[in-house]
Design a protein around this ligand. Structure first.
Ligand code: SF4
Length: 186
């Protein structure tokens, strides 16, 4: 990975004013962990705690995610975690198509510099950003290994969905375990 390019991209993202979310954010949440990592986790957008701290997945959903990661043998610091949208949509609204169009090039640039081999896409917005084929619900595409060029993508539910519906926890745990076995087997 080219560290200088990565730093330039981070510098650009931290000053980004390409969409109206720049007016209400406290911090741009570029990502955390190790961008050299083979495995990246990509979620939707920062929530209020993430906006406060400038870090992804540090609120309630993040604690839940940490539990799934630890259970399946992953250390959070040795992965890279980011979101499709880098600034918080007010009131945790769904990101608009325009916001996604403006922000997605940052994620694309991150992926082209970091070149992860595996991506766990958390939730619908991450899946829509990464998986080119149409789908109606996460149920249709989760728990599969989707090969996209050099990257293997597994889609699962967002931990925030598990907070709303704890029964999804078993499924997310299964999908993260699947990713763990996939990496261990290669
Ligand atoms: S959400 Fe993305 S495109 Fe919009 S201001 Fe933040 S970094 Fe820029």
């Amino acid at each position: 990975m080219n560290e200088n390019l990565w730093k330039e991209l981070e510098h650009f993202a931290l000053g980004c004013t390409a969409c109206e979310l720049c007016k209400t954010r406290k911090n741009v949440v570029f990502g955390s962990g190790d961008p050299f990592s083979r495995l990246w986790l990509i979620g939707e957008a920062p929530g209020s705690t993430e906006d406060e701290k400038g870090l992804p997945f540090v609120g309630q959903a993040g604690s839940l995610l940490d539990g799934f990661l630890t259970k399946n043998g992953f250390k959070r610091d040795s992965l890279f975690i980011t979101n499709v949208i880098k600034c918080r949509p007010p009131n945790n609204a769904d990101p608009t198509d325009e916001q996604k169009d403006q922000c997605f090039p940052i994620l694309t640039a991150q992926l082209s510099i970091g070149k992860p081999k595996y991506v766990l896409a958390l939730g619908r917005h991450a899946a829509e950003a990464l998986v080119p084929r149409p789908f109606k619900s996460i149920k249709e595409i989760r728990g599969q290994i989707i090969q996209l060029d050099e990257v293997k993508v597994v889609v699962t539910y967002h931990p925030a969905a598990v907070l709303r519906n704890p029964r999804l926890g078993e499924i997310v745990d299964h999908d993260i375990q699947m990713m763990s076995k996939l990496i261990a087997g290669e």
